[in-house]
Design a protein around this ligand. Structure first.
Ligand code: CMP
Length: 141
């Protein structure tokens, strides 16, 4: 068990429906502290760059269109086992398969409009955090 940072995105479908506060509460109630946060609006090209690992997947264009359709909230969450814990709080990618009480079960509209993104490994977390944040923007406590 180690203290980790992970990258979280509250996606356009959730920001649009004013669910940001409810989602933040779920993180804080589960001992994930927000150590960096901002609201931004990605271009389609920027969304494509963030999701470059999926560029050959059939859902890539729809994903980039959606992720640039409105503002998102990007966050660095810190806590013990933050990467895995955040993935548990989010639930399965497909909301139909997500467990009750998870972000995606409660809020997601579809596999694409699934309300939240979280890093899936320490290496990905480092890359994804540095995509959005400089070291100066991350609180050290
Ligand atoms: P996310 O965790 O942000 O990572 C990639 C995103 O692609 C995923 O959440 C979904 O929003 C979206 N997506 C759409 N269709 C699929 C699919 N068939 N498999 C995985 N991800 C998908």
């Amino acid at each position: 068990m180690s203290v980790e940072n992970t990258l979280s995105i509250i996606k356009p479908d959730a920001v649009k429906r004013d669910l940001t506060g409810k989602i933040i509460a779920m993180f804080e109630e589960n001992q994930l502290r927000i150590v960096a946060q901002k609201k931004i609006w990605l271009s389609k090209a920027q969304a494509g760059s963030f999701y470059a690992v999926h560029k050959d997947r059939p859902f890539f264009d729809e994903l980039c269109e959606f992720m640039s359709s409105g503002p998102i909230v990007v966050q660095v969450l810190r806590g013990t086992n933050a990467i895995e814990k955040n993935r548990e709080i989010m639930g399965a990618t497909n909301p139909e398969q997500a467990e009750a009480g998870t972000i995606r079960k409660e809020f997601a509209l579809s596999m694409t409009e699934n309300s939240a993104h979280g890093s899936d490994s320490p290496e990905t977390a480092r890359e994804e955090i540095s995509f959005f944040f400089s070291g100066l923007e991350i609180i050290q406590f």
